[in-house]
Design a protein around this ligand. Structure first.
Ligand code: XIL
Length: 361
């Protein structure tokens, strides 16, 4: 069991040298390159990966922040009402804290990945404590630099319907469930950056145009009601061989978000390479190019404060779901490092995008 002091001290590790000098001394560290431009670079990870020495050596050198890939989802944490099992999350966050990394939380309130008892309990009691108690439990146990208070509240961009995504929360409280969640999060820890996180604002298709408009409407509603939100999280699950990012539309959208006084975090960056050629070098190049087209725009605003990839290495993409690999017909190459822990063109794309960022700070 790790000590609570460690968990609460996360992110306290200070740099002995200025970020610029640190980056020059560490050109092989995404963490250092990002820090030199006022950015936090981080990644999703899971506790079972900590058994891997290659990984534990790489993780804190490359990433300044960790977000749990799934171990903070309520279905994983609270199998029976009120009976929390924090062991996996303590392991992951404990490692991060001891290694001088900050902690990012994901997600507090989501339509899915909940324990089976939750929806019936909400339906029967409509008790706000079923939400706020959970928010308090997590935010007082871990000192989170940022957290996805609500994840994916809108119908996805490829849906024929628009508006609120059905969820047990929506059913019990209506759209004001977001207001309740953000207020509880702010009350639990005023120092944590509170995020609304979703996917669909990044790319150029008609569904994405609609989704950007709906997202601005959602944000405007929250701001008009003085709901304590600090940032928009762009998941950034990009696709290398379909629906590319439209740089002009993305730039205009980010300007709208910034004009509302909100920060932007890239929370789950990866690049799906299905549908591409079998040649690995060509696939890796397409993945890197699409990420760079996205990053060039998203980093060109002072609103953007962090970039997190959804996993650091292809060794841990969708493991150990062999059926998924079979379904795709190949191993995905979505992340900065390959399965042998060697940096790929996506690593270079991130490094160059960070190094080339204008100095806003
Ligand atoms: C995914 C994880 O990667 C999987 O391991 C898990 O089984 C399901 O969730 N958007 C999100 C993330 O906000 O939580 C999802 O993560 C990916 C899409």
């Amino acid at each position: 069991m790790i000590s609570r002091r460690h968990l609460l001290a996360a992110g306290a590790a200070s740099l002995a040298v200025a970020p610029g000098a640190w980056a020059q001394q560490n050109p092989q560290s995404l963490r250092a390159l990002a820090a030199a431009k006022g950015l936090v670079f981080g990644t999703a990870a899971a506790s079972y990966e900590l058994k891997d020495r290659d990984f534990t050596a790489l993780l804190p050198r490359q990433a300044a922040q960790v977000v749990p890939e799934y171990e903070m989802k309520r279905g994983a944490l609270e199998p029976k009402p009120g009976q929390y099992d924090f062991s996996a999350l303590d392991k992951l966050f404990g490692f991060a804290a001891r290694s001088g990394m900050s902690l990012r939380g994901h997600p507090l309130v989501w339509y899915t990945a909940n324990p089976p008892w939750l929806a019936p309990a909400l339906e029967a009691r409509r008790d706000e404590n079923l939400m706020t108690g959970h928010i308090r439990a997590l935010m007082t146990r871990y000192r989170l630099a940022s957290v996805d208070v609500v994840n994916e509240a809108l119908m996805p961009p490829d849906s024929s319907q628009r508006g609120w995504r059905p969820s047990p929360w929506l059913k019990a409280f209506g759209p004001r469930y977001l207001d309740i969640a953000f207020a509880a999060a702010r009350a639990a820890n005023p120092a944590t950056r509170l995020v609304y996180n979703d996917f669909g604002c990044e790319q150029g298709g008609p569904g994405n145009d609609r989704f950007r408009a709906d997202t601005l409407k959602l944000l405007d509603g929250l701001l008009a009601r003085n709901v304590p939100i600090d940032a928009l999280g762009l998941q950034a699950h990009l696709t290398a061989f379909s629906n590319p990012v439209d740089q002009r539309k993305l730039r205009a959208f980010l300007e709208e978000v910034r004009a509302r006084g909100l920060a932007v975090l890239v929370t789950e960056l990866d690049v799906d390479d299905s549908g591409g050629p079998s040649d690995i070098a060509a696939r890796d190049r397409a993945v890197a190019d699409e990420a760079r087209r996205f990053l060039d725009v998203v980093l060109d605003t002072p609103a953007t404060r962090a970039v997190l990839t959804w996993n650091l290495s292809d060794r841990y993409v969708d493991p150990p779901d062999e059926w998924r690999l079979k379904l795709a017909g190949f191993r995905y190459r979505k992340t900065p490092y390959d399965a042998a822990m060697a940096p790929k063109p996506l690593w270079q794309a991130l490094a160059r995008a960070f190094a080339g960022r204008r100095a806003f700070y």
